[in-house]
Design a protein around this ligand. Sequence first.
Ligand SMILES: Cc1cc2nc3c(=O)[nH]c(=O)nc-3n(C[C@H](O)[C@H](O)[C@H](O)COP(=O)(O)OP(=O)(O)OC[C@H]3O[C@@H](n4cnc5c(N)ncnc54)[C@H](O)[C@@H]3O)c2cc1C
Length: 433
Amino acid sequence: MGKKRILIIGGGLAGLTLGYFLKNKGIRSFIFEKEKNYGGLCSSSKLDGFTFDFSGHLLHFRRQSTLYLVKKLLGRNLKEIRRKAYVYFGGQFIPYPFQANLCYLPKKVYRECLNDFIDAQKDNYGKIYNGNFLEWINQKFGSGIANNFLIPYNVKFWKVPLDELVYKGIDRYIYVPSLREVISDSCKNEPVGYNAFFFYPKKGGIEELVKAFAMNIDHVYTDCEVKEVDISTRKIMFKNGNKEKFDILVSTIPLPELNKIIMGLPKNITSLFKKLRWVSIYNLNLGLNRKIFPRWHWIYYHQKELPFFRIGFYHNFSSNLVPSSKGSLYIEISYNSDNPIDKKNIISIVNNSLKSIGFWEKGLDICSVDIKDIKYGYPICDINYQRVRGEIINYFTKKNIILCGRYGSWQYLSMEDTIFESNKVAELIYKYM
Ligand SMILES: Cc1cc2nc3c(=O)[nH]c(=O)nc-3n(C[C@H](O)[C@H](O)[C@H](O)COP(=O)(O)OP(=O)(O)OC[C@H]3O[C@@H](n4cnc5c(N)ncnc54)[C@H](O)[C@@H]3O)c2cc1C
């Protein structure tokens, strides 16, 4: 269909799913990925018999259509799992989400959280929230839950003051229990929240998802780094000097990276890029000579003195991710330029912290180490963010450049959202053809 030449920069989930949806509409596209393998953050690495992802990459679905598509593509290589996650609090493990499991807390903290939650519910009944993330937490949960867990955890994770963030977009990842759930003194540990259940491939790691899309498209070129985009001549240039002309260009690469390779941007647009903020994730994948924490999926750590905010256990997502009788885990640390980490000594720093909380007693016997340093981990949704990304997107759309994907369109998108957004972009291109 049509003679327009469509080029896609980036062969991560966004680029590959877009190629897939376009092909289904009879539209040819060409995908260029800079790495030797496609998949981006949804690729998996194989090391010493272990399969590691870019930390936990678990599928959650809000839309039947995406669930249906993923089930169709992955077939029998997909299983649904009921989450078993915890919060490390006062030397104990409290079922996650913290705010829905107050009855597991020490009595004094329980009463404080409960009373403040009830007060917050009374004071803010029916309220429409216009405020920032900090206000939203305090008003929805009360200061007990806020101060004991939600604020320290989120400050540790986002690395910015929470009153600089907007709550919209983040709120859907935080479960808000009803008053009845909170005051109930029976500890049920019910499966609640967006991630109460998740899907994951039985074999091969999360990469199976991107492989399933890639198998159904024709033109994916790896080891093809785009070094320059010339808006006026509608050409892109690769690292090896080759050039390609486009009618429509879709960029799925992180916006700050696009800024570096776009030629001839007006000053007012360049200055918008400077306002983009993000938090980086340093992810330590460890292969172990034994399995630890059987059946647990992940644990949250909100303590300032511990460098990591979450530890997860791959061997409990699928036993096929590890050689028999071995185990594996991921340790996630967030950082940014104002809060750097000591990457050189990170393993011993993490080891010492694990020892300090008795994790070591579980017998961590490390046999493989795989590090994933994710520069653009999470776009920061601050007060300027919607306006800035809106103006950038408008400018590029007028130049026939469409921005797509979690980092390409600069949004806090899950894998499911990324697939959904790519489908919307495919619809847009279809109308234009
Ligand atoms: C730590 C972490 C944990 C996550 N966990 C989950 C989870 O549990 N569940 C969930 O649903 N989602 C999760 N996500 C989100 C998920 O990773 C994203 O939604 C998804 O991977 C976004 O895909 P993308 O294609 O937009 O970006 P990317 O995967 O970053 O793809 C962009 C691609 O562009 C390529 N590229 C960059 N520059 C160039 C260039 N100049 N030329 C050519 N190619 C280039 C890159 O190599 C990359 O392959 C997580 C994200 C992070 C960071």
